[in-house]
Design a protein around this ligand. Sequence first.
Ligand code: SF4
Length: 455
Amino acid sequence: MGNKVFTDRSRVEQAQRCLRARWLGYHEQGMGIQSVRKSLPLAVGGAVHEGLAVLLQAASAVPGAHNDPIACVAFEQDAVNAALADFASFDAGRLETDLSEDVDLSAMDAGEREKVRSAIDQYLYDENRALVEAMVRAYARRRLRPLLEQYEVLEVEREGSWELADGLMFMSRPDALLRDRSDHNLYIQSFKTGASWDIRKGKDAEHDAQGLSEGVEIEKRLGERVLGIRYEFLWKGERRRDKDLSARFGVEARSQASPLVRGYLSPGMTDSDAQWNWSWDYMKEGGETSKLYWKAWRAAAVWEHMPIAKWIDMLDATTLTVGEEGREVGWSGPAQATGFTVAHPLDACFHPPIIQYRNDDDLRDWVEQVEHAEVRIAEAVATVHAATDEGEKRHLLNVYFPQSRRECVYPSVCQFEKICYGGEHIRYNPLESGLYTIRIPNHPQEDAKDASEGA
Ligand code: SF4
């Protein structure tokens, strides 16, 4: 191999899912192309990661922060600002929801369609902007201190690369590198945002290549073993059909079922009389379970009634009530006007961390498999780039980068579906359609020229 060629875990996994998606996403036009729209989970997850990186970086720079609850939340606003700045790059209309959430506006005339579409897009943007802010604040209040108490944060989002094969560089950027304060072992921190807990997520982490791939660069650089990867899951809530929202837009609409951005409101005569519950289910003082009375309480978007910071303050003020004889009655506070809840609302948004230990046998297998696959892909990229006309390029793509046709619309719509199944024009000129743009590199080491030549 002549010039350096770059790869990373995302590219490897993309190739394993569909080689044509790998070509389009990382090699078409030299740098690869991407949809001008961004999938909602990726936009929210990316923005939250930005905020958490700022939080970890700032808090870990303060000596003794793990013993100081005030220091742990001192950087919350900086972290929120970073997260919201990242989210602001996906203005309303550029966020893409799942296909199952598509609404049929065909019965409306063009003007009405435009009005409804833009109202839905704006709501989606505002709702998820609120969610990004709330998730970062919730992490700062409830999860940062336990992490700092157990671990020293050595690095945050540090870029690195190592040579997988001759001239083939593997890039990585772990969320953070941690050292256990008691046994001094190294761990990689990985934040995962998801809708809710599912046993498959835990099982999936057991076979995830992230711990294997990200640890290699650290071990080569520091000459020290990385014992495992610490996954920390943050829950965004499901996107559920919402009757009130559907009535507001005149079409079926969904909302984010997360207590971080949605509560149950009983409006008073004035704003100051309004009462909130974060949970529909509650317990009475004697322990009997009950639900809110549907005529008195309606689901409401918190950010339309108060700043998210205020709502997180209310949720954070929740305390555990202990009755006579030391019996725990339940959690209550200003965000739950009715009864007690089983869990603290901010704790309900996280799953206890899972540690996956690295295994030498798995690592050896993974490196050999990835090296072989990536060398072949680099050679194939060079061959396709050398094609002299569209007919030859199409043939070479069919040979070296076939379409898997297995993940085109499920579990989510592939961003290249319009290219694979569109007309001749978009196949040959995806950028001219206005639906795609040149990929923005995810790692600074990438150089357009080196990455494009593939040899
Ligand atoms: S639409 Fe299907 S075949 Fe085309 S790149 Fe995506 S997953 Fe592959």
